[in-house]
Design a protein around this ligand. Sequence first.
Ligand SMILES: [Zn+2]
Length: 255
Amino acid sequence: MVQVDAIKAFDDNYIWVIKDPTSSSCWVVDPGDEKPVLDYLNQQNLTLEGILVTHHHWDHTDGIAPLLTSFPHLPVYGPKNGKYQGITRPLVEHDTITLAGITLKVIATPGHTLDHICYVNNEVAFTGDTLFNAGCGRLFEGTPEQMWHSFNKLLSLPNSCQVYCTHEYTLANLAFAHAVDPNNLALTEYHQQAQKLRQGGRSTIPTTIGQQKAINPFARAAKADILTYTPIEFISNDSTPEAHFAALRKWKDNF
Ligand SMILES: [Zn+2]
């Protein structure tokens, strides 16, 4: 069983820590800032053994070079041919890495950026800025078709799989989800639950794949009636899941 801890960074980022329960070793995912990572390692008395990167954005990578000053020989896993130059263990789809007694598979998830990868197995998924709790990453580089395809790779994981995304955007995402899908009871119930968690200063992450299928409008884009409440200006003539996904993403960008 994998152990995952959260380190908070910036306003709403999580740097995920994968801990080895049998030793003091740990790995971090997307360290955008070194300071909270160093504080965490000191407090927990843990040794950093490696860094995993999902994509090139600064808030996922800016802490890497400073961390390498303290730990010069750390492997830095990340996308092959991505824009971030500091990857020392380049990865492509279907590669696997074993750490902390678990094996993670790499899946290519272009959409938010073209270099985006996720690290997954049947128990956990580190989804970066691709799949968020109740939402999805903005399409800075890829197309809606690419992102929908990437989403489907994640949605094919077991319902019980725990999803660790990088941002605590959940309440804002839920407000949009409610506008898309106002009659979804599971969504209404979860919205109340998430509000309570946030009011208590608690995280809404991890979520699960099963929960995302129930509440995330982007994960539900294949539903024939998902655009019932979407303003007409965002809708195309096409009725494919990809076109639904594109309409929802356009609306969210203007929400
Ligand atoms: Zn990003």
